[in-house]
Design a protein around this ligand. Structure first.
Ligand code: SF4
Length: 753
């Protein structure tokens, strides 16, 4: 079965005409990324005038993918629109909520019990709205997308940062917040600041211990965790063509660690081979017939400095394996320099645990290369000196690795094989060999190694490397071991040198045909019941927000005047709160609990104007809401920067915050607030921030004539009886004003249907 084959056929049928038209308008050769973006515009617009890194453009993606944690609120919002089905093909993948503990089977059984109500909810909503549902155990979102849905030249969004993985197959795939997914599911355009482009030419060929992972480890070191921000990284050159499709996917996956919007490779033979191996011969043929439109133009690759905003070259023949870390993925250390680095920094070098797999590195090639290291090590009578854990990326990979004998080999060496899920990569892991705050070292083939990510312990030194290097180092049990030169003593006291890894890009037997964990949408929707218990702590159906009926907002207390940096993390903290992602009322208990109150420099302590006592921000907000009083939040510059978390915009709306008035907004957060029906205003004079006093009551007037470009008035009624009126500015266009009047963008969509 090939998903969306009709859509894909029609896509390739119209692609040549679209690219021809774009080239005519642009009057210059195009990068692959431009071809994909311009062929997915939501509305025809003057493409030649779009400024990279500046203009916001609406796109029409071909597909949406959501993981189980982020899907909950996105689907709850979709239900508010009362639509019958999604406007764009979509899938949900149950991968984030499974804890790795004992082993695949036991862990899956336990996850099914613990997350039962969430899985049932997701399955039923998917069935009702025509969304494909991948059950727990099916695999990690990005691996399942790569195996089943990605197609060269397509554009997709996903509610997970590592969505760009599909770039390895030539699809431009971008990680977004839930609010963006809701927009696209409901038929709206998806807004993106038009990216800049970074060109990376790969020359030569990998050899020995060097792997695709080492390419991205080196690049992350070069660009740092910020260097790719706002850009798409486009790879080309004969070195790119020498890589397997899954190797390319690893590079695109971890491109997210540079902050890049996405990463992409052009269509070539390895992508075609992977499509065929995963049962998609027809897609491979269609793409082959459109080959020229699925790569950058030759003139671009011949003169990259002219067409890319940044350009680099990497010679794969000279690439050394890397180990990145600790605590950040951009600290790139060639394996030959680790002894010196570890000594100089005093890092603990004994490795407690080595982990391979995850959405980044669990391809057949990765597993086969790691297995080759194990096979040779066992025959040389070596034993694992570190705990060793394998996390297959999907059931297909696990099953095929089992048939090839790799899983048996891992178990024979003493490894644990966890469920096909995120597990330890996101801290869903009960470590058996570490407790409390013990200083220790782990090494894994995942993508992120920030402090506390893997196990919550700030003293865990986490390093990132290729699966084959992690395997070798787990036999040595030592972070400074360099398998290219160093020797190990085996169980008989003999000195042994590990052989270079060997592997195959694709299995000999077909990948296809393993669909047991997939649930198709129901053909009879009338029989599908979406159930959410009113007593549930994790899920709560959303009630549409009330439409705007007042003429003006009057007499509103200041809930908090936030001082300094106020990111979406300060507004809606993550961590333990993530379990309430599907329950707006419960998660609203974290609203602004990370922000500093400018009146007392304290976090989460504000005056309740009704009781004249200090209390937590959510408690005061609830008190105002119960008394049917709307409140105001004040902030400084770039308010709401950080990840596009829709909860940060839904919580104030739920808590009856009528307006957020700041020196400046981070654009995505401002748009998210507008979508939820919150009035977003900025001071016309930055100094007005200082005029706002703790016990002020605030009026916002002029809303009767709310119109684009027309400022509103804000009156500060001070406690001493004096008042002053200042101008405040808004950036709402006509549609956004309709969202506000309707109570939210979703209400507006429901009314317009
Ligand atoms: S394996 Fe890790 S990086 Fe990949 S989707 Fe899961 S949590 Fe995210």
């Amino acid at each position: 079965m090939i998903f969306d084959i009709e859509i894909i056929r029609s896509f390739y049928q119209t692609l040549p005409r679209k690219i021809k038209e774009i080239k005519k308008l642009m009057e210059r050769p195009l990068t692959l990324s431009e071809k994909i973006l311009f062929s997915h515009l939501y509305k025809i617009s003057p493409v030649s005038k779009v400024r990279r890194g500046t203009d916001y453009v609406d796109f029409k993606p071909d597909r949406i993918a959501m993981q189980d944690a982020t899907a909950q609120m996105a689907l709850l919002q979709l239900m508010v629109t009362e639509k019958n089905h999604v406007s764009v093909p979509a899938t949900v993948h149950c991968d984030h909520l499974i804890t790795g503990q004992i082993g695949a089977e036991a862990d899956l059984i336990s996850a099914l019990e613990i997350n039962k109500e969430v899985y049932q909810f997701l399955a039923s909503v998917c069935s009702k709205f025509d969304i494909g549902f991948w059950k727990p155990g099916a695999g990690i979102i990005h691996q399942v997308i790569l195996e089943n849905y990605a197609f060269p030249g397509g554009l997709m969004i996903g509610t997970d940062s590592h969505t760009p993985t599909a770039g390895g197959l030539g699809m431009l795939a971008i990680g977004v917040g839930g609010a963006d997914a809701v927009d696209v599911m409901t038929g709206m355009g998806w807004e993106l600041r038009f990216p800049e482009f970074i060109g990376i030419k790969l020359t030569g060929r990998l050899n020995g211990w060097a792997s695709p992972k080492d390419i991205i480890l080196k690049i992350t070191g070069m660009l740092t965790v910020k260097g790719g921000t706002g850009a798409v990284i486009e790879y080309f050159g004969e070195g790119a063509e020498s890589l397997s499709c899954t190797g390319k996917a690893t590079i695109c996956n971890m491109g997210a660690e540079t902050g890049a919007t996405s990463s992409i490779f052009g269509f070539d033979k390895s992508i075609s081979d992977y499509l065929s191996a995963t049962g998609r011969n027809e897609v491979a043929e269609l793409a082959s017939n459109n080959r020229d439109d699925l790569t950058g133009d030759p003139e671009v690759y011949a003169n990259p400095e002219k067409y890319f905003d940044q350009y680099y070259e990497i010679d794969l023949s000279e690439l050394e394996p890397y180990i990145n870390g600790p605590f950040t993925p951009d600290r790139a250390i060639p394996v030959s320099q680790m002894k010196e680095e570890a000594r100089r920094n005093g890092w603990p070098v004994r490795i407690d645990t080595g982990l391979i797999g995850s959405c980044t590195n669990s391809s057949y090639e990765d597993i086969s290369r790691a297995a080759s290291v194990i096979k040779k090590a066992l025959s040389d009578k070596l034993v694992l000196r570190s705990e060793f854990i394998v996390i297959p990326g999907s059931e297909r990979i696990r099953a095929i690795s089992e048939s090839a004998g790799f899983v048996g080999l891992f178990r024979k060496a003493g490894a644990k094989v966890f469920a096909n899920a995120c597990g330890p990569c996101i801290g869903q892991w009960n470590r058996s060999n570490n407790s409390g705050l013990k200083v220790n070292t782990i090494i894994h083939s995942f993508n992120r190694n920030f402090s506390k990510r893997a196990d919550g312990n700030p003293n865990t030194y986490a390093f990132v490397a290729s699966p084959e290097l992690v395997t070798a180092l787990s036999f040595a049990g030592d972070l400074t071991f360099n398998p290219l030169n160093d020797l190990i003593v085996n169980s008989e006291g003999k000195i042994v040198k590990l052989a270079e890894p060997e592997g195959q890009a694709l299995p000999i037997i077909s990948y296809s045909g393993l669909m047991a964990d997939y649930q198709e949408p129901s053909s009879d929707k009338s029989k599908v019941e979406v159930r959410v218990s009113p007593d549930s702590e994790r899920l709560q159906l959303l009630k549409p927000f009330r439409e705007f009926r007042e003429q003006d907002f009057l007499n509103m207390p200041v809930l908090i005047k936030a001082k300094g940096k106020c990111t979406t993390d300060h507004i809606s903290m993550a961590g333990e709160w993530l379990k309430y992602r599907g329950h707006l009322e419960n998660i609203s208990e974290n609203y602004m609990t990370g922000a500093v109150n400018s009146f007392n420099d304290k976090i989460n302590l504000v005056i309740n104007q009704l009781t004249k006592k200090y209390d937590h921000v959510p408690s005061v907000a609830r008190a105002y809401k119960t008394a049917r009083i709307g409140s105001v939040v004040i902030g400084e510059e770039n308010f709401g920067e950080g990840s596009s978390r829709e909860h940060a915009a839904m919580e104030p709306r739920f808590l009856n915050v009528k307006a957020v008035i700041v020196k400046s907004f981070a654009r995505i957060h401002e748009t998210n607030l507008k979508k939820q029906g919150v009035l977003t205003l900025t001071f016309s004079d930055m100094g007005d921030y200082d005029r706002i006093l703790e016990n002020d009551r605030i009026d916002v007037t002029g809303l009767k004539d709310f119109a684009p470009g027309k400022p509103l008035n804000m009156t500060l009624n001070h406690a001493d009886g004096k008042s002053e009126t200042i101008k405040v500015i808004h950036s709402c266009n006509e549609v956004q004003i309709e969202w506000f009047k309707s109570g939210s963008a979703l209400n507006f969509i429901r009314k317009s249907m």
